[in-house]
Design a protein around this ligand. Structure first.
Ligand code: ADP
Ligand code: ZN
Length: 607
């Protein structure tokens, strides 16, 4: 059934309200919708959660014919189509998951002009058969989602995407809209040239994700720190825990499970069936913690991921931004948490230096790592640093750890000198653990074996505890004042810059490593959006109703109604259909379908 919207772009706001149930466009959405509905090409750069889908879905309804959406992840097409169907939009998909009969039915519907939107996998779209099919149908527009997949330098490169310039050649009169959340200028340029979008209008949004709170803590006892974060700040919530290696993913997931956390592993070494099952459970069930390598993530469109935790350092700020960006697509408070220590720096440096890549690539990777270390060590606002990296100026945000609890800095010149002397006197081949023992005057077997208790540096650092020294060594390395020697199993060496500190009188300022006070469990109160007393209870009942409804229809819960919609209902307790219709996320079709049940639930509460 085609949604009843007249084909004029001045009706975009009416369409937004009627079909999607939203009161207003977000950011540039309105402009983009009008531009594409009027037949223009567009390149849309918007952060995750910014509302990109609406930018092609609504114009597809406003224009005559079917909007064709190219999307790389067939696993998610089904959910997207389910969500559109809930809105009363006629949508379907064509991919390898369909058997021949089902595919023919979709093709017939397309040719009969019965579809508003059709999702197609890129490898399928570029086949002669599919192109012929499209030539016989009326096409409203082409939407190329995750357009950065066309970039060979990015990590999501899909060779099939290179073929998509075909669309412009075969259907020059059909408007195209390419969308991505990838912020860097190099990728942008590549999208424009490879997809022949030189004449397209470019819409660049701010890449800030104001609802995400960034926190980077000193790694002391990572498992215990993670468990505390999960138990005290995010009990029962869905989130992702990123680890560097497959083995660590497996071990961490298994250990979390023994601790009563609903955790599942995900990495590219697992067999496809198990991987798909875990991804689908994460997407559909409430409150699963996915422990994963970065193989997990692209195209995850679960709106209520409440946190992303990093147990290991990402490779770059781009990676950090993209991975943490999977939290909080629904705009509700979300948390990016990372535990970071010297071993991470050592490990990342080794990966770069011992990798197979060309020298130029190694230099680039190393510079990217340095930028990330700068973010980790900054005493200023994390968000300011992050946005600055993407060329966006901003003010301290008030929603990151350094804004909320400004770190103390201290004059670490003396400590840095002692640490560098210890590196030098012990022959520039020992790691921080041993150096700390020497500095603190520990009389253990290893120290004795090397006669390090006879050195002048033995015991000169007894005034600082081991945690403080770990912080000193980590910062020396991330500030470039000491180097990691990978030939010597990660031993520390002096760098050119070390001399400035040892003999040149350079002052060194460092962040003080403090055993963090227990963080206030912000998320519990914040995620419930300051609900008045009683409303939290009502929210639980609404969620229970939604879960039952989702099970009956076998769709993910968020496809029925989003958390933010349920929260608004719990807060405002609408008492009739009109009031319910003004709640964000309730369009005409959802009102018709669920209005009575919701009012029933609300009535039972108030009476
Ligand atoms: P993206 O694809 O950019 O990551 P989505 O299209 O998934 O983002 O949208 C993110 C969330 O914002 C979804 O929950 C969507 O329903 C919601 N949303 C989009 N546009 C609006 C709007 N104008 N008003 C309110 N919510 C919106
Ligand atoms: Zn801040």
């Amino acid at each position: 059934m085609t949604a009843p919207i007249p084909g004029r772009s001045s009706d975009s706001l009416a369409g937004l309200r009627e079909v999607f149930g939203y009161a207003a466009f977000r950011g540039a959405q309105g402009e983009i919708v009008d531009h594409v509905a009027a037949g223009g090409d567009a390149l849309v750069l918007m952060p995750t959660g910014g509302g990109k889908s609406l930018c092609y879905q609504l114009p597809s309804l406003l224009r005559a014919g079917t909007g064709i959406v190219v999307s790389p992840l067939i696993a998610l097409m089904q959910d997207q189509v389910a969500a559109l169907t809930q809105l009363g939009v006629s949508a379907a998909f064509l991919n390898s998951a369909l058997d021949a009969d089902a595919a023919r039915a979709v093709e017939r519907a397309l040719l009969a002009g019965e579809l508003d939107l059709l999702y197609v996998a890129p490898e399928r779209l570029t086949t002669p058969r599919c192109l012929d099919l499209l030539a016989r149908a009326q096409i409203a527009l082409f939407a190329i989602d995750e357009a950065h997949c066309v970039s060979q330098w990015g990590h999501d490169f899909r060779p099939e995407y290179l073929q998509l310039s075909l669309l412009h050649e075969r259907f020059p009169q059909v408007p195209r809209i390419a969308l991505t959340a990838t912020a860097d200028p190099q990728t942008r340029t590549e999208i424009v040239s490879r997809l022949a979008l030189g004449a397209a209008r470019m819409f660049v949004s701010s890449f800030d994700r104001p609802n995400i709170r960034y926190t980077i803590v000193d790694k002391v006892d990572p498992r215990a720190q993670l468990l505390r974060f999960l138990r005290e700040e995010h009990p029962g919530e869905a989130g992702i825990v990123y680890c560097l290696s497959r083995r660590k993913v497996d071990e961490t997931a298994a250990w979390l499970a023994t601790q009563g956390v609903n955790a599942l592993p995900y990495h590219a070494g697992m067999d496809t069936a198990a991987r798909t099952e875990h991804q689908s459970r994460f997407q559909r069930e409430d409150g699963i913690v996915m422990v994963a390598t970065i193989a997990f993530g692209m195209g995850i469109d679960k709106p209520d991921v409440r946190f992303v935790a990093h147990l290991d350092l990402p490779k770059s700020i781009e990676g950090y931004y993209q991975e943490t960006g999977r939290a909080g697509r629904d705009g509700l408070p979300a948390y990016a948490w990372m535990a970071y220590g010297l071993a991470d720096v050592v490990q990342q440096r080794r990966l770069i230096e011992q990798g197979e890549a060309a020298d130029e690539f190694k230099r680039l990777s190393s510079a990217k790592l340095d930028a990330l270390l700068g973010l980790c060590e900054t005493a200023g606002c994390r968000r300011v640093r992050l946005l600055d990296y993407f060329g966006e100026a901003s003010q301290p945000c008030g929603n990151c750890d350094t804004c909320l609890e400004p770190p103390e800095t201290w004059d670490a010149t003396e400590a840095a000198r002692k640490a560098l002397s210890a590196i030098y006197r012990t022959g520039q081949r020992f790691g921080a653990v041993h150096l700390i023992d020497v500095l603190r005057g520990k009389d253990n077997e290893r120290v004795g074996r090397w006669d390090h208790d006879k050195l002048s540096v033995f015991g000169i650092g007894a005034d600082l505890d081991a945690d403080a020294w770990r912080g000193v060594f980590r910062q020396l390395v991330s500030l470039g004042l000491a180097r990691v020697d990978h030939e010597a199993h990660g031993g520390l060496k002096l760098s050119a810059a070390s001399r400035e500190v040892l003999t040149g009188g350079q002052r060194v300022e460092m962040r003080r490593v403090v055993p963090r006070r227990r963080p206030t469990p912000v998320s519990r109160t914040a995620a419930v959006g300051h609900l008045p007393p009683g409303a939290a209870n009502l929210l639980e009942r609404l969620k229970a109703w939604r879960l039952a409804e989702a099970r009956t229809q076998s769709v993910p819960a968020f496809v029925i109604l989003h958390d933010s919609t349920l929260m608004e209902i719990a807060r405002t307790r609408p008492q009739n259909l009109d009031a319910l219709a003004s709640v964000g996320g309730i369009g005409a079709r959802k009102l018709e379908r669920y209005g009575a049940a919701l009012l029933d639930l609300l009535g039972a509460q108030t009476r």
